[in-house]
Design a binder for this molecule. Structure first.
Ligand SMILES: [Zn+2]
Length: 262
């Protein structure tokens, strides 16, 4: 049995100093693959380095919407250059965020459009962040890909069933983080029950969002991913092994990463 963590920030200062131990614990927990996700030009470059250095780690490159305000045109060029590396398997994290107002909305939209275009040019899937703006994200994705199926994942999904359905109709995968295990996430668990088997993904978003019953553990790390898998298996009424196998196969297919063993 093996798991695939589709979203972690291994470059984060809370994790980077102890990566050898963290990746050993991940392997012991049968987490066989991890996508480490950049949020700026600098962290994107670091994620590429980490993916080159560590077996089982792949990179995503992009400028997260909340970091858009501080990005220079040169930063975007660096992301585009990084995207050519063979260890890069996705474009992101990108998307829109209406919760924090760090980056003006028009700039967020322009950056998101650039990421959608880069994903199309490279053939890589998108890793999409959305906070309090599901419809705006869906509208931009639908506009950016007239007629064709989109490849990508809605990361740490917290939207409604209606938004999930629109994302699925666009061809996207839906990924759940530790948030789905939280006591108050009853509505989100209902959404997680609806996602078809072949579109379901799991992630830690480490160092953030430690799953229940380790919610107080800081930082979160990939080795805690099985708790989120167990929650999803329980609510979907399938054995944990099947949930792990299905979500890992989905991740490998989406990111073009061949199978291994644990
Ligand atoms: Zn993230």
């Amino acid at each position: 049995m093996e798991y695939f963590d589709t979203h972690a920030h291994l470059d984060d200062a809370q994790l980077s100093g102890q990566l050898d131990a963290i990746l050993t614990r991940a392997r012991e927990a049968c987490v066989a693959g991890i996508v480490t996700v950049g949020t700026t030009a600098d962290t994107s470059a670091t994620c590429v380095e980490l993916a080159r250095r560590y077996v089982g780690v792949w990179a995503a490159v992009g400028i997260q919407p909340n970091h858009g305000r501080d990005a220079t045109p040169g930063d975007w060029d660096r992301v585009v250059a990084c995207a050519r590396d063979a260890r890069v398997r996705a474009i992101g994290e990108t998307g829109l965020d209406a919760y924090w107002d760090h980056t003006p909305w028009e700039l967020q939209q322009r950056l998101f459009a650039d990421h959608i275009q880069l994903a199309q040019a490279t053939g890589l899937p998108l890793i999409i962040h959305m906070r309090d703006c599901g419809q705006a994200v869906v509208d931009m994705l639908a506009g950016g890909q007239p007629g064709g199926a989109l490849r990508g994942v809605m990361h740490s999904f917290t939207g409604t069933a209606a938004i999930a359905c629109e994302c699925l109709a666009l061809g996207l995968h839906i990924s759940f983080s530790g948030i789905v295990t939280f006591k108050k996430s009853t509505a989100l668990r209902e959404v997680a029950r609806l996602v078809p088997d072949d579109r379901l993904l799991i992630e830690t978003d480490a160092p953030y969002l430690s799953p229940h019953p380790h919610r107080s553990q800081r930082p979160n790390e990939p080795a805690l991913l099985p708790h989120t898998a167990q929650c999803l298996a329980d609510l979907r009424g399938v054995p944990l092994a099947r949930l792990a196998e299905q979500t890992t196969a989905n991740a490998r297919r989406l990111f073009g990463i061949p199978g291994g063993g644990c």
